[in-house]
Design a protein around this ligand. Sequence first.
Ligand code: AP5
Ligand code: MG
Length: 191
Amino acid sequence: MRIVLLGAPGSGKGTQAALLVKELGLPHISTGELLRSAVKAGSALGLQAKGVMDRGELVSDEIMLGLIEERLSRPDIGGGFILDGYPRNLVQAEALDDLLNRLEQPVEEALQIDVDVEMVIARIAKRAAEEGRSDDTEETVRKRMEVYAAQTAPVVDYYAGKGVLSRVLGEGSIEEVFQRIKGVLQMRSEA
Ligand code: AP5
Ligand code: MG
């Protein structure tokens, strides 16, 4: 199945994608992870992206389109994929549709993980203490939330308009959220 995971920073996209990978055996494509690897490798892309990410802003659409096009053109996506962190605005959503229509592999499920802002801020603060991701500082997290509300939240309506949106509550344990997601995917595959 071709799945897009949507949700605010800290909503659990990466956590749930990892569980779905085990369950469905599909590749997990996280644009945040692709960018963090580029930063770590010190590539030209990484050098460009680091400052933007540390400010909590979005890396340019041009860079992201190139990155996602390259990744989705690889043969391992033939059986489906789990996209996490892309699209993040309407320009990216439309570009993704164009690309996937060309590949004859349209999005089948856009899954929005709904969470309370205060709860995710607490989750990210915990991760900051444990892992030290450089964009998990209080100031940057606030900025990431603002960017999400202004630019990414409209993508939910975009997919609702295409008839592929489902929503799940992202509160409760990781396993509880996973069971909700599995229920939604089950319904989609039977539809
Ligand atoms: P990205 O890496 O995508 O970050 P994000 O969207 O801000 O989301 P997070 O990864 O912080 O959260 P998540 O939803 O994956 O939650 P997680 O599972 O980790 O993007 C980073 C940056 O890259 C962006 O700000 C931007 O600069 C750039 N970027 C990326 N994609 C881009 C694009 N398309 N265009 C432009 N720029 C782009 O969970 C969070 C924490 O909570 C973890 O510690 C987890 O263990 C814990 N947790 C999860 N679920 C539960 C639960 N049910 N109960 C308790 N704890 C839980
Ligand atoms: Mg993530």
